[in-house]
Ligand binder design. Structure first.
Ligand code: ZN
Length: 250
């Protein structure tokens, strides 16, 4: 699943592509919005908040979420689509550009005035101008017994990261991913480092410390990297760690 850095990149691409354009057409291929029509309305900017994409069109906000397999592509009119048409969920058309959202996990249309209220459940956005580390810490520590890996991924605590950054930041702090979050003394520093890594798009480096590297040698100590499914039932995700660099405290 794309994390905050990739979602921000998508938002910037859409924002540039649609810029100040007025839409000449829209095609919603999701049942609940089948009759929605945004033709004639101006694009007023696309932003990301955590892993959510907010495309403001007229007085409306098109809220999309990439979830596991979604993507937005910007194409020239008439260009061949990179994916089959049945995978398209939204098509936004302007005179010189077409933006197509494929396999989006969420497609909703809100009055823009409701944006804040609808996303109020999200914790502080690591990439937001309003990032608030104190608030994020307070939310994380409200359930001190939760495993670090789960707590960091919970978008209600802080918004923008998932399995990749939760694994990488735990490694860099030398903390086992199942450590109760309340026992992680380096938590404030960990958050700051995570924010910097996300802002610098560390996940694009292709040099992950542990994420996706099960059964491979740790880059630091050569111990074999492990993986385990962690999380509440139905929401498990793979947690990767090095047993030597991140010893189990229990
Ligand atoms: Zn190691």
């Amino acid at each position: 699943m794309p994390e905050g850095d990739a979602v921000r990149r998508t938002a910037r691409r859409l924002d540039r592509a649609l810029d100040d354009r007025t839409l000449t057409g829209s095609d919603f291929r999701v049942p609940q919005l089948a009759t929605a029509d945004l033709a004639g309305l101006p694009h007023r900017g696309t932003r990301s908040r955590g892993k959510h994409l907010l495309t403001r069109i007229g007085d409306l906000t098109l809220h999309t979420h990439l979830k596991m397999e979604g993507s937005w592509r910007v194409l020239a009119p008439g260009a061949r689509w990179p994916r089959p048409g049945h995978e398209a969920r939204v098509v936004l058309t302007a005179v010189d550009v077409v933006a197509v959202g494929f396999r989006l996990g969420v497609v909703e249309l809100w009055p823009t005035s409701e944006e804040s209220a609808r996303l109020a459940y999200l914790g502080p956005d690591l990439l937001g101008a309003d990032w608030d580390s104190e608030k994020a810490l307070a939310r994380l520590l409200a359930a001190p017994e939760r495993p670090l890996f789960d707590a960091l991924r919970d978008q209600r605590n802080l918004a923008g990261i998932g399995t990749i950054y939760a694994a990488e930041t735990a490694f860099l702090s030398g903390v086992h991913p199942l450590t109760p979050v309340g026992e992680v003394s380096a938590l404030p520093r960990m958050l700051e480092r995570t924010r910097q890594m996300l802002d610098q798009e560390w996940s694009r480096s292709g040099r992950m410390w542990v994420y996706g590297r099960a059964r491979q040698p740790c880059r630091r100590c050569r111990t074999t990297v492990r993986v385990q499914q962690v999380g509440p039932p139905g929401q498990e995700r793979p947690a990767y760690w090095c047993p030597s660099c991140q010893p189990d405290q229990q």
